[in-house]
Design a protein around this ligand. Structure first.
Ligand code: AMP
Ligand code: MG
Length: 336
């Protein structure tokens, strides 16, 4: 990565072309947020349904009034606490943002990413940048530039490569446009972090539990999914590993190529083939950084089925991790 490439990316954005760029969460596929035709190209390149809104990225406060028509006091406090960082805030939209960006909504999600390349790109372009994750719609989000090339190839005009994304999961999304702060998507800014600033917030639909059976409403699209069906085992670690081993032996006797998603502590209990570790069980940040990359590895190994190890409870970053695992599972959940 060098200065010339960032400058070229900024020029491309001004010209209405698409630039994939690194952020601390995942790689984004960016276009000038004021340019409806350019933003349309994002939807085409990704195969993204037109009713799924994009996040607008800024890298200074001067641009904010061009994106949002009003910034409520609660939003200001969140910005002071977490920007630049992995938090997208839903605000009333300004007239300058075309409706294609927000999928017809009168609100817009805004984020200031904490990544030097993203910040330099956005500042040099002198524009707000609409950017969803830079994957084909329905595929795991890209945490490496190689993933972007794999999914989008020549549909993107430039890919800025800054190595592996530090966080590995998409930003937290919170809506403060209505007065009652509501978490729409969990991420690395946790519910606990947000509640320190705002007091109690509403959490929409992120928490499956045995007594609150899984509901799919609101989850129109299967996100983050590997190609093979993924079954998510939820419970205490020992019980989960036992259940995975049991299923593994049954599936193997049926001749299936089985992928196992586990942690360093349990890895040795499984036979070697297609066993991938999310890192140390007690280190959710490691698991977050690795998850999407490992889902893609299962695809490369052409496994028939994936047996994945989830969590018995979801404090802190585990809420975001479990949320992505549940979606990757398409709600194939097994409580053990
Ligand atoms: P992606 O950029 O692929 O991570 O997707 C962006 C996500 O942000 C969308 O799928 C929505 O969940 C959320 N989002 C973006 N804009 C809004 C909005 N105006 N209101 C509510 N959610 C939004
Ligand atoms: Mg996405």
């Amino acid at each position: 990565m060098n200065e010339q490439q960032i400058a070229l990316g900024a020029k491309y954005l001004q010209q209405g072309r698409l630039v994939a760029f690194p952020t601390e969460t995942v790689y984004g596929l960016g276009a000038n947020a004021f340019d409806a035709a350019a933003v349309n190209r994002i939807f085409l390149a990704k195969g993204r349904p037109a009713d799924n809104p994009l996040i607008v990225h800024i890298a200074d406060y001067a641009t904010l009034p061009q994106v949002a028509s009003h910034v409520p006091a609660q939003a200001e406090r969140l910005m002071q606490a977490f920007w630049p960082g992995p938090l997208s805030i839903v605000l009333p939209k300004s007239e300058r943002i075309p409706t294609v960006v927000t999928a017809g909504l009168d609100t817009v999600a805004v984020r200031w990413p904490n990544h030097p390349v993203a910040a330099a790109l956005i500042r040099q372009a002198g524009l707000p940048v609409a950017a969803p994750s830079a994957n084909r719609s329905g595929r795991p989000s890209p945490t490496l530039a190689e993933h972007v090339a794999e999914d989008l190839g020549d549909k993107v005009d430039l890919i800025l490569d800054a190595g592996m994304a530090a966080i590995g999961l998409e930003s937290t999304v919170i809506d403060v446009s209505s007065g009652e702060p509501t978490l729409l998507r969990p991420g690395a800014v946790t519910v606990e972090d947000l509640e320190q600033i705002l007091g109690p917030i509403k959490v929409a639909n992120a928490h499956p539990s045995p007594d609150q059976p899984v509901r799919s409403p609101g989850l129109k699209y299967t996100h983050y999914a590997p190609r093979a069906p993924l079954y998510l085992y939820l419970g205490e670690p020992k019980a989960v590993v036992q259940a995975q081993l049991q299923s593994l032996s049954e599936l193997k006797s049926e001749g299936k190529n089985v992928g196992i998603l586990t942690y360093d502590e349990y890895r040795d209990q499984f036979p070697a083939a297609n066993v991938f570790s999310l890192g140390c069980y007690t280190q959710p940040a490691e698991a977050a950084q690795r998850l999407y990359q490992l889902l893609r590895r299962f695809d490369e190994q052409e496994v028939d089925i994936i047996l994945a190890h989830g969590y018995p409870s979801t404090a802190g970053l585990r809420l975001a991790l479990q949320n992505r695992l549940v979606r990757a599972a398409g709600f194939r959940l097994l409580w053990v």
